[in-house]
Design a protein around this ligand. Sequence first.
Ligand code: TXA
Ligand code: MG
Length: 346
Amino acid sequence: MLTKVYVKKDLEDKKVQLDIKYTLLSGRNVIFPTETVYGIGAYALSEAGVKGIYNVKGRPSDNPLIMHLSSTKDLLKYTKNHQPYVSKLIDAFWPGPLTMVFDKTDIVPYMITGGLDTIGIRIPSNDIALTILNIAGIPICAPSANISGRPSSTLVEHVIEDFNNKVDIIIDGGKSQVGIESTVLDVRNEIPVILRPGMITREMIKKVTNEVLISDHAKSDEIPKAPGMKYKHYAPKGKLTIVKGNQSAVVKYINQQLDYHKANGFKTGVICTNESKNLFNTNHVFSIGNESNEEEIASNLFVALREMDYQNIDYIYSLSFHNGYYSEAIMNRLLKAANQNVITIN
Ligand code: TXA
Ligand code: MG
């Protein structure tokens, strides 16, 4: 199959619009940008389209997909039994990087929910994503556009690396603004529960609902409630170690490790900040932003992990980002990428 790549301007063309619409309606896949990460989309009610996603991603069939809508107009067609706080969450965070898990209605096929009686829904804020939802006029389920186990795609280059000539259409929307996937929130009970942390934080949700819980596995790697959380994630090919502690001790430790691995003929790399990027003894330093700019750090995290693979790095060391407002989300992804491998240096 030959993949067509469109850019934003192409979406003004009626022929392109029809191409996207009929590709989806006929059960094939379109990769499109969202504000969080790129998604690989299928018409949610098309068995062929949904199967296509699982096949091409290599995704386990019990891991449910998020349904994307362009407005709340059809929300009650697909979900039921809303808690009173749901409308407040919608007002506060949609469109945006929040997925809410509801009881599903009968129309929603079990194939997209991994056999569960629930469905995760979000309205994305990215204008290309909204345009596509509006052009197609259908619900689109879309997991992150990466081969299962790899870091999510936040650049079109990542998408092309994983899916060129494996899907019909890729839409290039440039770099993803948020850079990590949506917060997944179970809204079926009196108190909502965060299943996957994201840039809509616990504090932000609490301001709206007064109370919020976070599921244990979202903090550590225990029995997962969001089925996707139990699988290997975001892993770069090299061995990633997060090093925590005071900065000079951390830099000293990492440099010792870099020297040791280099002496044994391995390639080394470091993921760090602008403030520390000149301190490391390796040619492969990737700064993910200013220490104080967590949004920038989040948006570059998956870029850094993929970059380490492009450079064929064997041993990767990363600073820890555990002290900020968004650290729950950032560290969740980084810890998974490192397979929970953290060293604390005092
Ligand atoms: O930002 C995002 O959410 C991106 C963009 C493309 O929208 N999508 C995304 O999808 O990250 P995916 O499939 O890579 O991750 C969805 C996560 C998985 O961990 C999945 O298990 C969980 O959400 N999830 C989806 N539906 C669920 C449900 N009904 N109950 C519990 N967890 C659910
Ligand atoms: Mg994913």
